[in-house]
Design a protein. Structure first.
Length: 142
């Protein structure tokens, strides 16, 4: 069985990636056949398999049929990672997103995020490694 859901489909290192957008989250909401994105797009998405952050624009959003198993289980769930720039006197807060298996705990997500050694940029252009003491993870709904 399939169900129609809004997804993000984009290319990362030449590979097609898809994640299902929660019906309602800080990213936007689905209203019937329309997705209403909020003003935060484009978003930064941390690709765990490739270990880097990709910029994903709202043109990646589309309505597609996805396998309807348990809610979110097949495509994974979306996590929001908020981090604070470590540069002295900067303290800019940024948000990135990542997708994880729905059975993963917060500790699992944190472990795999740190394993990537992905580098992130704050809005002032400071580049840093994600560091556990300066990030907060929260699970977005499905
Ligand atoms: Zn990737
Ligand atoms: Zn990428
Ligand atoms: Zn900064």
């Amino acid at each position: 069985m399939t169900e129609l859901r809004f997804v993000c489909r984009f290319q990362c290192d030449g590979v097609d990636h898809t994640f299902v957008l929660p019906r309602q989250s800080p990213l936007g909401k689905s209203v019937g056949e329309q997705y209403q994105p909020t003003g935060i797009w484009p978003i930064d998405f941390l690709c765990l398999p490739h270990g880097h952050v990709c910029r994903v624009g709202r043109e990646a959003i589309r309505l597609e049929g996805v396998a309807a198993l348990a809610p979110g289980l097949h495509e994974g769930v979306l996590w929001e990672i908020e981090y604070e720039c470590a540069r002295q006197n900067c303290g800019q807060r940024q948000t990135i997103y990542t997708r994880y298996s729905a059975v993963g705990t917060q500790a699992d997500v944190l472990r795999d995020v740190l394993k990537t050694r992905a580098r992130v940029l704050c809005s002032e252009g400071h580049e840093a490694k994600l560091d556990m003491a300066r990030m907060e993870l929260s699970l977005l709904g499905s």
